[in-house]
Design a protein around this ligand. Sequence first.
Ligand code: ADP
Length: 762
Amino acid sequence: MDVDAVPGVPGWFAEHLREGGIETLYPPQAEAVEAGVADGESLVASIPTASGKTLIAQLAMLSAVERGGKALYIVPLRALASEKREEFSAFEDHGVSVGVSTGNYEDTGEYLASMDVIVATSEKVDSLVRNGAPWIDDLDCVVADEVHLVDDAERGPTLEVTLAKLRRINPGLQVVALSATIGNAALLAEWLDAALVDDDWRPIELRKGVHYGQALHFDDGSQRELRVGSGEKPTAAIVRDTLGDGGSTLVFVNSRRNAEGAAKRLATTTEGRLTDDERAQLAALAEELRDVSDTETSEDLATCVEQGAAFHHAGCASGHRQIVEGAFRDRLVKVVCATPTLAAGVNTPSRRVVVRDWRRYSGDVGGMQPLSVLEVHQMMGRAGRPGRDPYGEALLLANSHDELDELFERYVWADPEPVESKLAREPAMRSHLLATVASGFADSRDALLEFLDRTLYSTQYRQGSDGVDNLERVVDATLQYLEANGFVRLGDRIEATNLGHTVSRLYLDPMSAAEIVDGLEDAADPTAFGLYHLVSRTPDMYELYLRSGDREEYTMLAYEREAEFCGEMPSEFEEGRFEDWLSATKTARMLEDWASEIDEDRIAERYGVGPGDIRGKVDTAEWLLGAAESLAAELDLANVTAIREARKRVQHGVGEELIDLAGVRHVGRKRARRLHDAGIETRADLREADKSVVLGALRGRTKTAENVLEAAGHQDPSMDGVRPDADARPAEAAADPGGGAGGGSRGGGEDDGEGQSNLGDF
Ligand code: ADP
């Protein structure tokens, strides 16, 4: 089908596509149009990676806007929200406004009311519904990207409940669900009352195979020699072979550490095969990477990139990831070693894909678990660049003949699994039931059951094999839990209590709220450490993992600081609870280190985490402490000021005396300390400060000093003719006082990088 032949979309769109090199629709796209996707019809499209799902979404959204409507695009990860927004920003030249909703859970995003297309994560949409965002009932079209993630235990339930709510609020809503190829796409279509496009067409042939011994074994039975040199690893041999052919390789591994290790090793393979021009361009990129953050991760990545290799995982800052993706697309970086985050959504095709690790550590089972067929196929689907390569090749690696057979059976010939709703899991059910009651979707048991009947869970599992109504069973158990903890009142009418309303609005797991309330009842005047521990042990915080040598250290710490805990420490005989308490103790101390101005790099080393992990914990702690503040105020529990202070310290990563200064834009934790050392202690001091002192404290950086003074509201921020006061200059390379809580390496020797608290972003 020619792009001009699509009905319903705005006139400029065909031209826009042609400019981007798209003349005709791919077959699954044409099927989607025939099914009415540009006519307001709901659709489930279950098609392989790289077969053009985004265009299907655009046809739906733009035709809805053309009819005067409003469209919402739901992405699975926050990192993808800005990427999609960027992708759709070309529409703005044609009068279609595009907004992205990120930010706080409590924000209703009112400015989005005027946008034609809105991009958001499912968590964000769920919270917008809870907080009554006025534009939610104006929606005409909703796109759910990567809808097979309804299978994900953590995030799936939110997606399915959100879709159910949006459909309930907007009768006649068009739902376009985009999925990787899965085993039960027809069931998703039944759930969403949608037409189905289920097709395994790909724009470029994909050859799947396994490397074993000295050869590649393909799914069509053919073999090709690929020799592994003595002392060479198979992955290196494949990368070398691909390079010989002018191609690049994407290597998927099962952990961040492995991604970094593999990239370092493979850099020795790529290094000798670069041209002088490539070397120069890569050196420039390495400098950009070093500027992103001053951590070891940043340095390691830059060193690999100089040699033509890179790693990519969720512990990298988003700036790192963008540079790496761009350089890989430009074929400057020859190999990227990634954890599966890259398989989800990011468009980085490559001649060859190697799925090096097909097992991954799982905390749930306490050991290595094979990846799902769906995941492996998604990674494999990244192979082959349409228009550039004759075909793509995706390879697994076998060490024995038995493993070769196993990999063929398990992955190469296997069909992807069906997706399964995880809504009945307790944390999901208690949060979503409470929210459904609190936001007025249902006020009785029957109404609740009727609403939940619109979920995938109900479509899939309501009727148990023994005639039991599974939905009734989980709903009754969950309602009892919510009543017992004071979140709802049961009777003919079911209503949320004030506490229940607050918890739902704050987007807390009710069990987290119960833990926080209990803890605060026990501690009228909590310390920051006590509060960090309290929020760290809620189910909303992903605690730091307790390594084998940690147990003793954190047991000692827990006894030393027992008086500070909000709530009673479990006994050592309560195995599971005690272990959890120690993990929370470790997490709390990491937060305390951060709030005591310990260097990011040192924290990363001390706790064995990346900059992205620190950012994640800090953000979560800030949110949970904000929630604790609201709960304490509402129930008149503990000292609200103490909670606020602990939250601000974690937010800015500073000691108490710097909270005020660090809150000034462009200041941040390190500069705040330098200014304070030079005698400027508050925002008010800064406004009136002697400019030469400010300039001295900020190491003579004129532009920074001007930005800081302007942000503080100084009358005349210009630094023209101002000379830095030498006495205010911070001491260089001050010795690290040795860390420890409250000790504080104040970052004396580090460079004054732009991002003052440059934690990685997700
Ligand atoms: P998916 O989301 O299915 O993995 P994308 O939507 O990212 O795939 O599309 C993959 C690539 O194919 C993109 O670079 C896109 O521009 C290109 N593409 C999509 N549709 C067409 C088409 N009809 N003709 C040519 N290229 C297309």
